[in-house]
Design a protein around this ligand. Structure first.
Ligand code: GLU
Length: 422
């Protein structure tokens, strides 16, 4: 992987830029450039033909000065330690920006879930917990779903952990199904949070959401629900893609028909025998739309395509979709590029609510969850733009990402300082 696309190098570069602008203490900077703890493990898994396959897994605990580690587990064929390290750093900034009492962590396993059946997936999920269980827990580090993991996998992991502990430990993981004390509103919380951010961004840009054209890259946990919620807001989603490509319609795509067809055939082509116009993933990013929502994986907008982006607002619902070089180009072009750890923080904010509910054994309604989520994420948005304005008044022009970094890093540095770590 070229150095400029190495996610961990990117996360360090982003931190360095913010550290310089905010004049971060040197020791605090040194602590925050590397994870606190990195764990690699081999997980033997019984497969359907009784053979045993050995999978490589990771958990990185980046910083816990403000609370237990928090962050998802990815099951991805291209997983690697450096990506997990970067994602654990981003979780640290995400929890801090949202001002929830967690640090940051992330996990991953190198595997191809598309080639595995449910029994194999269950064996792998339980194996991950047997290998790493002693390092995680409700007061230590709390995992959650991410790319190619889901509520069912969280339930298996919770069950395995509870067996090892000798008692039920629902709060050791979030994003669980409701039957085993997940939270109302968690399933679409990442996209819902993104929509609250979009509402605020639209006010800033004087864009009427009802007239907006939106393109979404990704049809997973985040992209699919962003599609559904955009429709509810009255916006027109003109393009959407999955990992094999996408579809486009100038008049807007039909959510119900397209997702039904995707469920039945596994493909994003069209519906009832009709086909939408095809677009590749890279063409989708360059469409003439008002809002572009990268909701798939990292490194999608790079210095190679950043100047071809036509959207006025980029809403980073994926983790790490824009490289630093691209970030700079978008900023200079005047595109409002809203950083991932603000836009997609709805997932972890509702994970926090789930953990609180598990801890107090008292459960909230969906309305309560959404309204509390709105309160937290809107406050984060305002913190980011108030910081940007404060620097502007000192004649320093900083991007929303640098501004968000400053808010988040400052809180973690202050917690470390107050605890006497430097
Ligand atoms: N995987 C999600 C993220 O990247 C959610 C993490 C969580 O809920 O802990 O933010």
């Amino acid at each position: 992987m070229p150095e400029e696309l190495d996610p961990f190098k990117i996360s360090q570069q982003q931190l360095d830029s913010a550290a310089e602008v905010m004049n971060l203490d040197k020791t605090a900077h040194e602590i925050l450039r590397e994870p606190m703890r990195t764990i690699s493990t081999s997980i033997p898994v019984k497969m359907r033909d009784s053979s045993t396959e050995v999978f490589q897994g990771f958990r990185v605990q980046y910083n816990d000065a403000r609370g237990p580690g928090k962050g998802g587990i990815r099951f991805h064929p291209g997983e690697n330690l450096n990506t997990v390290k970067a994602l654990s750093a981003w979780m640290t900034w995400k929890c801090s920006l949202a001002n929830i009492p967690f640090g940051g962590a992330k996990g991953g396993v190198i595997c191809d879930t598309k080639k595995m059946n449910d029994i194999e997936l269950e064996n792998l999920s339980r194996g991950y917990i047997r290998a790493l269980g002693r390092f995680i827990g409700p007061k230590l580090d709390v995992p959650a779903p991410d790319v190619y993991t889901n509520p069912q996998i969280m339930a298996w992991m919770m069950d395995e952990y509870s067996k090892l502990a000798g008692h039920n430990e629902f709060g050791m993981i979030t994003g669980k199904p409701l039957e085993v004390w997940g939270s109302e509103g968690r399933f679409d919380s990442t996209a819902m949070g993104g929509m609250y951010v979009l509402r605020e961004a639209a006010k800033l840009r004087k864009l009427k959401i009802k007239d907006a054209k939106i393109a979404i890259q990704g049809f997973g946990n985040a992209g699919k629900f962003a599609f559904e919620l955009s429709k509810k807001l009255g916006a027109k989603v003109v393009a959407i893609s999955d990992s094999s490509g996408g579809v486009y319609s100038e008049n807007g795509l039909d959510y119900d028909k397209l997702s039904k067809a995707k469920e039945e055939t596994g493909e994003l082509h069209g519906y009832d025998g009709k086909k939408y116009e095809q677009v590749s993933n890279s063409e989708l990013l360059e469409l003439d739309v008002d809002v572009l929502i990268p909701a798939a994986i990292e490194n999608q907008i790079t210095k190679g395509n950043a100047d071809k982006i036509k959207a006025d607002i980029v809403l980073e619902l994926a983790n790490g979709p824009v490289t630093p070089a691209a970030d700079q180009i978008l900023f200079e072009k005047g595109v409002l590029d809203l950083p991932d750890f603000l836009v997609n923080s709805g997932g972890v904010i509702v994970s926090y609510f789930e953990w609180v509910q598990n801890t107090q054994n008292y459960y909230w309604t969906e309305e309560e969850v959404y309204s509390k989520l709105d309160g937290i994420i809107t406050k984060s948005f305002k913190d980011v733009f108030a910081t940007q304005d404060a620097y502007k008044s000192q004649k320093k022009k900083i991007s929303p990402r640098t501004s968000a970094y400053i808010v988040a890093v400052d809180r973690v540095a202050k917690a470390m300082k107050t605890r006497g770590w430097y």
